[in-house]
Structures are given as C-alpha cells and as structure tokens.
Design a protein around this ligand. Structure first.
Ligand SMILES: Cc1cc2nc3c(=O)[nH]c(=O)nc-3n(C[C@H](O)[C@H](O)[C@H](O)COP(=O)(O)O)c2cc1C
Length: 188
C-alpha cells in the first residue's frame, strides 16, 4: 500500500474533542489565504466562509442550530459556515452540474488540509439546521449553507461524553480502492 503517513492527507481526521485554546491569529490568516486560492469553475470563487469565534456574540445562536449529535462542536474555538449561491454559478448547457456546490467543496477541503498544516483539526458537518444558521449569522436568503466546520486544536478523547467518545473510538474506514478508482474503462 502506498501511504505516506506524514502527508497532510493522511494526518487529516474528523475527531470531536478540542482543546480550550484559541486558534493562532497568524495561522488563521494563512488558512484564509489558502481557502482564497482554491480552484473553481470559470474562477467564479463562489464560496463565502463565515468564521465565528467561541467568544463571539453570535456563537451561541450558531451552536443552537446544531443537533444534539453535533453539540460537541460547540466546544471548538471556532465554528465556520460555508456558504454559496446558485447565482454565482456558470452552468454550461452541455453539463448541468451545480459547480458552485462542487467549488465550495473544493474550498472546504483547502480549509481542512490548511488546518492540518497548522497543527489544527477541522471537522466538516452536514448536521445543522440551515435556516437557524442563516438567522444566527445574518446570511442572506439567496445563499445556501453548504457545510458547517469546527476548527481548533485536537483535545483528549476523555473530555467527550460517552456517546461522542464511542464515535471517535470507531475505526476510520474506506471502501477498497478498486470500488472507487479504476484505470482505463469503467470497471465498477
Ligand atoms: C459533507 C460532510 C458532512 C459531514 N457531516 C458530519 C456531521 O454532521 N457530524 C459529524 O460528526 N461528522 C460529519 N462528517 C464527518 C464524516 O463523518 C467523516 O469525514 C467521515 O467519517 C470520514 O472520517 P475522516 O474525516 O476522519 O476521514 C461529515 C463530513 C462531510 C465531508
């Protein structure tokens, strides 16, 4: 197996415990820049990232938009709303893909990997009440909340409640390579 454990790609993980330590401001600026330089269809750069610190006035309303199963994210020093809107898309007549969503996904991966580079952990989430997030952060109606991400320094598993700890203890798995990647003709 070709796997380089010192690579950012393999160090990245979605765990749920965070240290009570603010994100280094210089690290944050470097992360912002890496997000900004993500690729996008027609260079539309449709992403909008709203970073919310734990001590921000809007943080409480933000975590109230998360279901019970994602409440652990309220302990992260930062929560991020990844937003995009259809109007910023360029939809090709020969290809109906919604590239604004795809592009926001790419930019989110930039965030996830940039976080690892800074010794941080970023955990993406689809579990949130989108209208509540929009209300909490005053996100305009024409934007969608495509993802929520927690960001901070990884903490000890012992600080999690039992249910959340079990999730973090479960092994990270992937489909076998031949189920997702082939060479030449379609072989799945
Ligand atoms: C779009 C998206 C939505 C996710 N939603 C949640 C979520 O709501 N709650 C959660 O705990 N993890 C969530 N995850 C994390 C995944 O469970 C995790 O990425 C997956 O199990 C693979 O583990 P890894 O990131 O450690 O490699 C989400 C990940 C992605 C990319």
């Amino acid at each position: 197996m070709v796997r380089h454990d010192d690579s950012l790609f393999f160090k990245r993980e979605s765990k749920r415990s965070y240290l009570d330590k603010p994100v280094d401001p210089d690290a944050l600026q470097r992360i912002y820049e890496k997000i900004r330089w993500s690729p996008s269809n027609s260079n539309n750069q449709p992403w909008r990232f709203v970073f919310v610190r734990k001590d921000d006035a809007h943080h409480q309303a933000f975590i109230e938009a998360l279901p019970l199963g994602n409440q652990w994210a309220g302990e992260a020093p930062m929560l991020i709303a990844v937003c995009g809107r259809r109007d910023d898309d360029y939809v090709r007549e020969d290809n109906p893909v919604e590239y604004y969503q795809f592009d926001c996904g790419i930019a989110t991966m930039s965030l996830l990997l940039a976080a690892v580079e800074e010794g941080l952990m970023a955990h993406p989430m689809a579990g949130y009440d989108a209208p509540k997030v929009k209300g909490a952060l005053e996100i305009p109606d024409d934007f969608e909340v495509l993802c929520v991400v927690s960001l901070g320094y990884k903490g000890p598993i012992e600080s999690l409640d039992e249910h959340t700890r079990k999730k973090d203890e479960s092994p990270r798995t992937r489909k076998p390579r031949e189920k997702v990647i082939c060479e030449g003709l379609w072989k799945f």
